[in-house]
Write a protein that binds this ligand. Sequence first.
Ligand SMILES: [Zn+2]
Length: 503
Amino acid sequence: MSLFIKNGLVLSSADAVPQIADIKIEGNQIVEVGQTTASNSDHVIDASGLLLAPGLINGHFHSHEHFHKGRYDNLPLELWMHFVRPPVGAEPLTPEQVYLRTMIGAIEALRTGTTFVVDDVNHAPWFSQDCIDAVFRAYQDIGLRALVSVSLFDLPFHRSVPFFDEEMPAVIRQPLDTQPPPDRDRLLDLAKHLAHQHHPQRHRVGYIVAPSAPQRCSDTFLLQLHQLAEQQNLPMMMHVLETRLQAVTAGLLYQRSMVAHLAELGILSPRLALQHCVWSTANDIEHLANAGSSAVYNPLSNLKLGSGQMPLRHFIQAGVNVALASDGCGSRDSVNMLSVVQATALLNKSPQTLPAQWLSAEEAFRLGTEGGARAFGYADRLGRIEPGYLADIVGYRLSTPAFIPLNHPLRQLVYAETGCAVDLVVSDGIAVMQHGQLTQINESALIAEILSTHQSLLRSLEASEAAVSQLLPYYRRICDRCRTVPVDPDIVTWDNHPSGSTA
Ligand SMILES: [Zn+2]
C-alpha cells in the first residue's frame, strides 16, 4: 500500500522551517518529502490547510487508571496510588471491560496528536492472559503504535514504603500479609511469553519489560528481567525516585540512591528508560549519561501529586536523553501530550536562571518526539517526517483559532491550545483519523459502551475506594514520618541551572 499526502505545511522536525510539501509513503515508511508526484499511490490525501508534524510520543501512562479520571485531588503518590492499585476490595474486570477501558485512552491520545503510547498496566492477581490480550487488541484495533507492559514486582506492593511494620496496626497488616506474594517464576514466564508474542521489532503494538520499581523488586528479579531484555533485545522501563519518600526509601534499603543501586547491579543501559527521576543527585544523572539510559519527564503528574519536578535542564546538559509523558489518568486526569509539551516549555523558565538558559518550544517539542523515540528503541526511525522514518504524522487544521493568525507554527503548536485542531492522523502509514473522524473504529458506538461499562463498574470502584480509605490514615503516618528523615543533600533542585548561573 502507498499513501500520498499532498500540499500540507510540513514541519518535519522541531528545528525545521515549515514548508508546503507532499509526503510519499510506501507501506509504513516515508519515502519522499518535497514537491513530488502522486503517480502510483493507492491513496491520496489533500492536506491543504493542515500543519503536518511528527506524532507525539507519550512515554508513560497506565491504562488501568483511565476510569479513575477526575476522582482524586490533593493526595500525594503514596496515598493516592492505593486507589488505582487497591490492595483490598478490588473486583476483577472482564477482558471486554479492560478493552473498553484501554480504548478511551487510545481515543484521547489520537485526538490530541499522539501516535505512540507506552502503557504500563497494573498486573492485579485477577488480570488474566485474556485481559492482557485485550489491552494489545485495543491498540491494534484503533491503529495506534504502542508498547505495552504488565507492571512486574515480586515483593508485596503494599510493603514498598518504609516503617510499614511500625505504623500499620496488626489488624490491618496481617490480612494484607496473608495474600500470596507474587510468583517470580510465573511472572518471568509471562514476560518471556509476551516478548515472544509481541516483540516490538515485529509488531506495531509491542511488549516492553517493566519492573515496577527497585523497591518493589528483589535484586534477583531485577537482574532476571534485565537479562531477558538484553537477550531478546527488548526495551525496558522502571519507576524511580518519583517522590521524596522514595528517596528516603532508597537510603534505608540501599544506603545510596536507587539509580546508584541500579548502576551497581549493572542494569543501566541504553535500552532502559527511567520514569520520573524527580529526586536525583548529580551522581545519578551522571550514571544515566554514562550508561546511555533515558529519563522520562512527567511534569503534570508530578505537579498534581506534589512530587516535585525532575531537574530537566541538568539531565539535558549532562547528555541524558529525555522523553515526555502524561502519566496515568488517576494522577493527571488526561493523556493529552500537547499539554505536556506545553508544560515542559513553560515550567522550565525559572526566575533563578538566565532567559538564555530557559527551555524553548523547539526543545520541548523535540523531547516529545525524538526524545521519546530514542528512549523506547526507535532512534532515527520515529519523531521526524523524513525519508526512512516510520510514517507517524499528525495534521492540525490551520483554520482553528490557535493558528490564527499564523506567525510561528511550532510555537503556536506548543503554546496555543491546539488539541481541538487535530484533523488527520497517520500511524504506521495508515490514515487512522481523517477529517477529524477515527477510521479504524466506530467511535460513537465504543464511547457508548465505555460509558455503560464505567457505569456498571462504578459501585465496585466506590466499594474499593471505601476499603482503601481505611488504610490511608496509616499510610499518611508513614508519609509524615518519612518527611522528617533527611535525604541526600546532593539531590538537585529543578529550578536551578546546572552551571549555577543566575539571573
Ligand atoms: Zn507510573
